[in-house]
Structure formats: C-alpha cells, structure tokens
Design a protein around this ligand. Structure first.
Ligand SMILES: [Ca+2]
Length: 343
C-alpha cells in the first residue's frame, strides 16, 4: 500500500515541476506584449486622418479616416509621438506601458503663416547700370559687389553715396561671378558652374582661387559658416576651410518648396533671400527652418523710366550699426535703403 501511494505522488511532483518551469517562461517580461490604441482628433473632436504615430525607434503607424490608430505587440515601455506637417499635438508625446492601453491626441493647426511686408524707400543711391549684381555686402559706407555674366564678371568695392568704384578685380572671361560675402576679414566670391571660389582681402587683392565643389548662386555667412543657395529650395551651411556641408535647410512655405533662392544676406540670425525673377525677398528663420516673412518689393523701381533694360531684383545688404537694409537689382540705376512695413 505504501509503495502504491509513493509512485503517484512522485509522478505528481514531476508534473508540478514541469508546469511551474513552463509557467515561469510564460511570465518572463520579454514575452509580455500589449496593445495601445486611441483617436487623434482636431479641437472640434473630428478624427484626423493620416497622422503618423511614431513609437520610439521601433516604427510608426498612422490614423485611419476616423482618426483611429492601433499599435500592437509592444513589449516594453515606449513613447508615442504624433506628427503631421503644419500641426502640433496635445500631448506632443506620451509614454505608455502595459498598464495603459488607450491614448488620445488632439491636433491643432500651427499658426506660422509668414508675416507679409511691403516697403518704404528711406534713401536712394546711384548704382552702376552695367553691374549685373550677383552679390552685395555692406561695410563702412561701402559696398562689396560681385557681378556676373561671361566676359563682364568682376568683384568691386563701391562708395555708398556716389557709387564710385574704389577697387575692382576682373574675373576673366571663363568665369560667371555669383554670390559674395565677407567672412574672417576675407571676401569670398563664388562662381557659376566653374567650381571656383575667389578669395580677396578688403582691397580686393586676390589671396587665392580655390576649388569649390558646389554649383553656387547666392552667398552669405553667419560669422562661422558660408551659407549658400544654388537656385533650388536648399540652403547649405558650408565650412569655409574644408568646403564640407555642415547642415542643409529645405525652404518651404505651407509644405511647398520655395525654389530659385538667389542672393542672400544674414541679418540678425535670419537669412534674407531674393527669389530669382520675382520682386520677393523671403525671411528664413534657420533655427526653426521656417519662412518668417515675405517682402513684396513690387514697384520699387519703374523700368519704363530708363532707356536700357533693367534685369531682376537681386542684391541685399545690411548695415548692422545703422540698422539699414539695402536692396538693388541687376543693371539697376539705383540702390535703395528701405524700411519694411508689415501688411
Ligand atoms: Ca548679400
């Protein structure tokens, strides 16, 4: 009798041991998964479609037409961040774990429409009607001006009041001059299609001519980097010694790329940029990667008053001491100091 009772007990013990070790595996943390779902709605409670929900670095999903989303098979605590161009969300990110399976978000349209400006002419100055202005920079009552066209390109220093040419360097027939700037006490002048950068001292003595690996239109700087445009919607920050790209900004308004970005000027932390073949200068906030302002310079000059054909608006310069903003155009007889008037 005793032997008969011992054998079933022994079997029961083995079964219990196997079951427990199996139970232990099921309960290991790495095997537990959980789901999170919810709705993304606008402030009126209407579901928002195609909102991307990024969950940490593990992936993303997006909302359906009614704003519903679901993330399945999560294994550990993660953060969920909704994203849709032009919108911000409340909460902007949230952390979930297996005890929280429902999270809703509310989206609100960003109010970042650029400020629009018209202008007031404060002063007019003479400008050489043969200067096909590609780059303009102000310092101490003078402008450094780079001009373009094959056979006519030069780098010049001109007097603000009289327009008199104080110094000039002619580039040579094979070069088409482009944007200029003054950085580290040197003038940089870029060229179109020839991958060449001319570098001068302030009397326009050529210091050197270097290989520049970019197709360049406009040029400015933030005291650290050369900042260039190339006729697309891209602004690039370039190391002035190595000519390597430090960062890039794609310029958009309402998610539409702004192309034909041309002459540039870095003013108080923002990049002012001529849009080629338009009367528009945009004000780019490089830190927020947004366009803060749009300046409409239509009517600043009347082309019918002149016998020769004026080319497009191009040329922005700034006097930081006098807080003066200057603009001109290619082959324009005048250069203007303007004040911006919010519309
Ligand atoms: Ca400029």
């Amino acid at each position: 009798m005793i032997k008969k009772q011992i054998i079933p007990l022994f079997i029961l013990l083995i079964v219990l041991t196997l079951t427990c070790s199996s139970c232990g595996n099921n309960l290991s943390i790495s095997e537990i998964t959980y789901n999170v779902s919810g709705y993304v709605t606008d402030i009126n409670g209407v579901g928002m479609e195609n909102v991307i929900l990024n969950f940490a670095s593990q992936g993303s999903t997006q909302t359906k037409a009614d704003g519903y989303y679901q993330i399945t098979g999560l294994k550990k605590e993660i953060s969920i961040t909704p994203a849709l161009d032009g919108y911000s969300f409340e909460p902007n990110t949230t952390t979930v774990n297996q005890e929280q399976n429902n999270v809703d978000f509310i989206g609100q349209k960003d109010n970042h429409s650029p400020q629009r400006y018209t202008f007031k002419i404060i002063n007019e100055y003479p400008h050489d009607i043969e200067a096909f202005t590609q780059g303009l920079y102000y310092e101490k009552d003078s402008f450094y001006e780079g001009t373009g066209l094959y056979g006519q390109s030069d780098m010049r220093k001109v007097d603000l009041q009289t327009g008199e040419i104080l110094d000039i360097y002619k580039l040579g027939n094979q070069y088409f001059g482009e944007g200029i700037t003054l950085l580290n006490e040197k003038i940089y002048q870029s060229t179109w299609k020839s991958n060449t950068m001319f570098i001068y001292d302030k009397h326009l003595n050529l210091i050197k001519k270097t290989q520049f690996p970019f197709y360049c239109w406009g040029l400015t700087d933030d005291d650290l980097y050369l900042i260039m445009s190339d006729g697309t919607s891209l602004i690039r920050y370039i190391d002035p010694d190595k000519y390597e790209v430090s960062k890039e900004i794609k310029v958009t308004i309402n998610n539409e790329p702004i192309n034909n970005i041309n002459e540039l000027e870095y003013i108080n932390g923002k990049i002012y940029a001529n849009i080629w073949q338009s009367n528009t200068i945009i004000i780019i906030n490089p830190h927020k990667k947004k366009v803060d302002g749009i300046i409409d310079l239509s009517g600043i000059i009347n082309p019918h008053l002149y016998q020769h054909e004026l080319n497009v608006l191009n040329g922005i310069a700034y006097d930081p001491d006098g807080d003066r903003l200057f603009v001109t155009g290619k082959l324009w007889p005048k250069l203007f100091e303007i004040e911006l008037i919010p519309k």
